[in-house]
Design a protein around this ligand. Structure first.
Ligand code: ACO
Length: 430
């Protein structure tokens, strides 16, 4: 039975009953809809600190326990036993696929990897030093101009074609952005390769010599992608939902998500962590750097630390830390100075009262950049890699929202603190 909460106007004494709605796990959620109608007030929650923006069945996070479940399955189990495409399938369709379903899904993704040749010409309009995230978000938005058979959001088959197409083509679009920045020819996808191996080939192969795909690198990417695949209503996913709630085509909604991910407080953190480690330079400079982080007059943050939801540990960071060791070991790079610096910085920060008292721990991005670097992925591509993985989650959330017959446009309200009504003053009297 749902619990009722009562809100009373202290002046008139008028009371409003609010239902506390129960989820399958996690805190109850108060339905505040009657407040406006019955009490004439909005709620105020900048940054959505305590507001559930939607109902969802996809991903669950318990920030205190450090728990992350995709459709109920712990991310640790998926990281150990699954593959990125199986996880993408799980997120989108809701249950683990049978062998036949997974084969069909993988086959469909593989056969959608090429992009329209005209789309590839768009890259010529970008300067060679354009940030790949700028190119990727523009390319994703431009897909709506090419793939008209997947933009009717009310047609389930259109939605499905879109889902397969965007997951399949994002690596091709990302690789083309990278190749453009290098001035190298685009490398076409190869259908004999698996998702991550194909991506590495498109990134690093050149027409003049053979390129041997490193299975360690492909495996590491697949694992990183599983860990980044979804994270419930984070900033970019909420952006995809908000843009999509207007009825905009799905490519426009995903492009909005790519743009939101770019910020250093979100997906851009992996790039910012390496910039930070390089600017610290050596272990001897850590104390001076942390003093700046703790100085409220200095706008410096310890990048890769802190999370809105995780206040104990980020389970993804735990897995990535272990993986970082393994990957560097297999690649013979355990002497990486950046890795050593990161380990020491982490050790010092975790004992420092500033971070302990604020419950600031390493997040998923503290180590991901070091792994990407070891795999030869350039720093400007780190957030693009995150975007490729998170596309699975964005698609799942967009599908969930659009297939709900009760979908409404997302339209927050505000606390207005500007001037009250005043009359226009002609310019000669101001
Ligand atoms: N370094 C130093 N201080 C920090 C950090 C940090 N990384 N993160 C939070 N704090 C401090 C804040 O200054 C604040 O201190 P105060 O109470 O004295 O004012 C307190 O901790 C709470 O911080 P908020 O900014 O209010 O926390 P919020 O939940 O809004 O922010 C965020 C979370 C954006 C992730 C933040 O921790 C941060 O900027 N981290 C660094 C960037 C980063 O790594 N982002 C990746 C997040 S994971 C992801 O998106 C994939």
């Amino acid at each position: 039975m749902n619990t009722k909460y009562e809100i009373k106007n202290p002046v008139t004494g008028k009371a409003t009953q609010l239902d506390a709605i129960q989820g399958t796990i996690g805190p109850d959620v108060l339905n505040i809809a009657p407040l406006l109608k019955e009490q004439g007030v909005f709620t105020f929650d900048p940054g959505f600190m305590a507001t559930a923006s939607t109902e969802s069945k996809i991903t669950y996070i318990d920030g205190d326990l450090g728990m992350l479940l995709y459709r109920g399955y712990p991310v640790e189990q998926l990281a150990e036993k699954s593959s990125f495409l199986e996880v993408a399938n799980l997120l989108i369709y809701g249950s683990l696929p049978s062998k036949q379903q997974l084969d069909a899904f993988q086959d469909s993704i593989t056969r959608h990897t090429m992009v329209n040749e005209q789309l590839l010409r768009f890259y010529q309009g970008f300067h060679h030093d354009a940030h790949p995230m700028a190119m990727v978000s523009a390319m994703v938005a431009s897909m709506a101009a090419f793939y008209h058979d997947s933009t009717d959001i009310n047609d389930p088959r259109h939605r499905e074609i879109f889902a397969h197409r965007i997951i399949a083509k994002l690596p091709t679009i990302a690789a083309a952005a990278y190749k453009h920045s290098l001035g190298q020819p685009f490398v076409y996808p190869r259908n004999d390769l698996r998702y991550c191996a194909n991506m590495l080939n498109m990134f690093f192969a050149v027409p003049c010599e053979p390129y041997a795909i490193d299975p360690v690198a492909a495996e590491a990417l697949d694992l990183l992608f599983i860990l980044h695949a979804d994270h419930e209503q984070n900033a970019s996913t909420s952006t995809v939902r908000l843009a999509g709630s207007t009825g905009a085509n799905p490519y426009a909604a995903i492009s909005a998500g790519v743009s939101a991910l770019w910020g250093p407080a979100h997906g851009g953190a992996n790039e910012a962590v390496l910039d930070m480690l390089e600017s610290i330079g050596s272990v001897g400079n850590i104390d001076r750097f942390l003093a700046r982080v703790k100085d409220k007059n200095d706008n410096v943050r310890l990048m890769g630390f802190g999370h809105r939801v995780y206040k104990n540990f980020d389970p993804r960071a735990k897995i990535i830390r272990g993986m970082c060791y393994r990957v560097l070991e297999k690649l013979g790079r355990t002497d990486s100075p950046l890795f050593e610096l990161a380990l020491r910085l982490e050790e010092i920060a975790l004992k420092d009262d500033y971070f302990v008292s604020r419950k600031l721990y390493q997040n998923v991005d503290f180590y991901s950049g070091i792994i990407y670097s070891a795999l030869g992925i350039p720093r400007s591509m780190f957030t693009v890699m995150f975007a490729i993985a998170r596309t699975a989650g964005w698609v799942a959330h967009w599908q969930e929202m659009v297939s709900d017959p009760h979908m409404r446009i997302g339209r927050p309200r505000q606390l207005y603190t500007g001037p009250t009504k005043r009359d226009y003053v002609p310019i000669d009297r101001r």
